[in-house]
Unconditional design. Structure first.
Length: 331
C-alpha cells in the first residue's frame, strides 16, 4: 500500500517494488488545460534537447543522482527515444555518504527504465590520493565529487554530460546556457558562453573539451512536481514528510545517519520532515513539513518563499560557493 496524490491508499506492482507512487492531478483531479499545455511545452523542449544531444555528440552520459530532477530527466530520455532504449548510460557519482534509500531506489528505477547504470566512487578517488577527505563535524564529501566526475568523464571519453540542473535553483545555475561549454580541464567560464537563439544549440568542441547539457533549464521546482504528478513518476520516500531522527546543526536538520560526525553543540531531535533535494547526507538538510502526498508537495512548493537549496549546508560556506564549485567542474 502506498500514498497517492489524492491522499488515498493504492496497491500496484510499482508499490510492491517499493516505490512511492504519486498520482496525476491536483487534489486527485485532472490537470487544467493551461497546466497541461505548459507541461507539454516543457516536455517537448526537453525531448528536443535530448535528441539534439544524441545527434551532435558521440559519447554522452546522463548524470543520475536519484533525485527528482535526474528522475524526471531519465523519464524524458526514455520518452525521447522509445521504442528504442535510452542511447547513453546513466552515470552516478557515489560519495559513499548517500542516503541508503536513494541507492536502493536508484537501482530499481534504472532497471525499470531499461537503462545502463555506471557508478564511480569518491572513495576510490580518496584511496588513489586524487582528493583528500575533510575531517571534523562539518566534513562532507560533496565537493570531492568534482574530481571523481571529471576523472569519470575522461575515462569514458564523454563529450557531453546531461544534467538535471535548473536555472531557478541557484543564482550560479541561472547563468548556465542549455549547452554549457567546459574546457579541457573541465572548467566553466560564465563569461565565455555561446549564444542560443531560436533553439539552436552549438555543440562544437575541441579535443578534450566537453559540454554540460541541461534540458530542464527552463523548468521550476513546481513544474517538476506537477510533471511527476501528471506522469505518475515514482520518487524516493525521502521526499515525503515522515517522523525522522535528525541532527540539528547551525539551523540545518540533517538525517541522523552514521555518516554525520556529531559534536557537543549538535542536537538529536525527532521531527516530521521531508527533503526538497537529495544529495550527500552530510550536507543535505531536511525541512519540517506535513506534505505526505504529491498534491501536498505541490501546494507547499507553490507557497514556499525559500529556494529548495536553502537547507543545503554546502551552499552556505560562502556567497559564491556554488559558482566556485561549478568553475572547477562541479555538476
Amino acid at each position: 500500500m502506498v500514498q497517492t496524490a489524492s491522499g488515498t491508499q493504492a496497491t500496484s506492482a510499482t508499490a510492491r517494488n517499493g516505490f512511492a507512487e504519486p498520482r496525476p492531478g491536483l487534489n486527485g483531479t485532472a490537470p487544467t488545460a493551461g497546466l497541461e499545455a505548459h507541461l507539454s511545452r516543457l516536455e517537448d523542449e526537453a525531448v528536443h534537447i535530448l535528441r539534439e544531444v544524441a545527434a551532435q555528440f558521440e559519447r554522452p552520459v546522463l548524470l543520475f543522482s536519484g533525485g527528482k530532477d535526474s528522475i524526471v530527466l531519465t523519464w524524458l530520455a526514455r520518452k525521447a527515444f522509445r521504442p528504442a532504449s535510452i542511447p547513453f548510460p546513466l552515470l552516478h557519482i557515489d560519495t559513499g555518504h548517500n542516503f541508503q534509500e536513494t541507492l536502493e531506489f536508484r537501482d530499481r528505477f534504472v532497471r525499470d527504465m531499461g537503462g545502463e547504470l555506471l557508478v564511480r566512487y569518491v572513495q576510490d578517488s580518496i584511496d588513489r590520493g586524487r582528493v583528500e577527505e575533510e575531517t571534523g563535524p562539518g566534513a562532507t564529501r560533496n565537493g570531492l565529487q568534482t574530481v571523481t566526475l571529471l576523472d569519470a568523464l575522461k575515462e569514458l571519453e564523454a563529450d557531453a554530460a546531461i544534467g538535471g540542473a535548473r536555472r531557478d535553483e541557484e543564482k550560479a545555475r541561472a547563468k548556465e546556457r542549455i549547452f554549457s561549454h567546459r574546457d579541457r580541464f573541465g572548467q566553466w567560464d560564465p563569461k565565455n558562453q555561446r549564444p542560443e537563439l531560436w533553439n539552436l544549440y552549438n555543440g562544437r568542441l575541441r579535443p578534450g573539451e566537453h559540454f554540460r547539457v541541461f534540458p530542464l533549464s527552463n523548468w521550476t521546482e513546481l513544474d517538476v512536481w506537477q510533471y511527476i504528478a501528471r506522469e505518475e513518476i515514482p520518487v524516493p520516500e525521502l521526499y515525503f514528510a515522515r517522523e525522522r531522527e535528525v541532527v540539528q546543526r547551525n539551523g540545518t536538520l540533517l538525517l541522523n545517519t552514521p555518516h554525520i560526525q556529531r559534536d557537543a553543540e549538535d542536537r538529536v531531535l525527532q521531527r516530521r520532515v521531508r527533503f526538497r533535494t537529495i544529495g550527500d547526507a552530510t550536507c543535505t538538510g531536511a525541512v519540517e513539513s506535513s506534505a505526505t502526498s504529491v498534491d501536498d508537495i505541490v501546494r507547499e512548493t507553490a507557497a514556499a518563499r525559500l529556494g529548495e537549496r536553502a537547507a543545503r549546508a554546502d551552499d552556505k560556506r560562502s556567497e559564491t560557493s556554488m559558482e566556485d564549485r561549478k568553475r572547477q567542474g562541479y555538476f
